[in-house]
Design a protein around this ligand. Sequence first.
Ligand SMILES: *Cc1c(COP(=O)(O)O)cnc(C)c1O
Length: 383
Amino acid sequence: MLKRYLLAPGPTPVPPEVLLRMAMPIIHHRAPDFVPVFESAKNRLKWLFQTNNDVLILTSSGTGAMTASVDNFLSPGDHVLVVNGGKFGERWTKICKAYGLLAEEIMVPWGRSVKPADVAGALERDPAVKAVFMQAVETSTGVYHDVEAVGAVIKDRKDVLFAVDAISALVAHDLKSDAWGVDLMIGGSQKGLMLPPGLAFLGVSEKAWRMSEGSKAPRFYFNLKKEREALKKNQTNYTPAVSLIIGLEAALEMLEQEGLQAVFARHARLALAMREAVRAMGLETFPEESPSNSVTAIKAPEGTDGQEIYKNLRERYGVTAAGGQDKLKGKVFRIAHLGYAGTFDVITAVSAIEMTLKGLGHDVRLGSGVGAAEEILLEKRTP
Ligand SMILES: *Cc1c(COP(=O)(O)O)cnc(C)c1O
């Protein structure tokens, strides 16, 4: 038997409390017993999203909510900006193009964070721009984009929407939807929310609802106006992933019990411990600035192949991490510390990296990374 550890940036581990709740017999989504569950999940999502706006619950993977953020608010021919600093930025462009939008990309070198002045400049140059699409955490590079600073550039423009794919950032980063002027805030169940894949979340501002009135893009499954009406009655348009919504209530209860700031502090600490361990092992993290709290991208050391490291971690030690995507394939491997993650997830990952590298013939001192992580993570006696 090989004991398995899931340390990938989605899907992430699901806590036993959540698994047990989801094991209950299925209930009918139009029956009265579904209403309190849905209502509780709905209200707790607003707390997590730090918003007074509606947060819609969609049955789809995260990309479904990204798609809905394009086809419900814009029209073919509309000018939009996309911050493209990796694979997920690229996805925004592909979705916009699929709906006939004219997407101008703000290209950000992989490993770097977008400069808010570049967004401001692009908005100045093209007054026809109706939306800016960005990631909070670009999962392919492990970089956090400064949502607050970019939001400040967009906030006062009445006719420009700010859409943030926070699928891998929510729960790990303090994201203030309302205070920072995010019009469309997107989450997914299988990342920070500690659930299996299958739900997407979409916070929608009043400004966005106003803009939706003029949208002429074709749509059917994701009709957000209808979803909003259903939401008021604690319902969804079509059959939702009932079990996942039951699990969502349990997961949000756990986060609420910990407290929002404590949740963010935990993620910041785990990410710091991972980065310190990487340095102590004589390795380098990929981001040149603004590393995320959700996932750490680590450069494969000279003479090793990132894909081989990723494969060895899984096959020899049972640790499922992630490899590099596209041009980073073979050059990096990525470890998540997201959602149901604690001290020994980081220790496990670091230890497995040390043993994997040593096993592959790379010169690494066993225990060097683990020791560095422990220095950050040890609990000092409180007076
Ligand atoms: C995981 C992820 C997505 C969503 O992917 P799905 O497979 O559609 O759930 C989108 N954006 C980012 C930044 C992600 O990390």
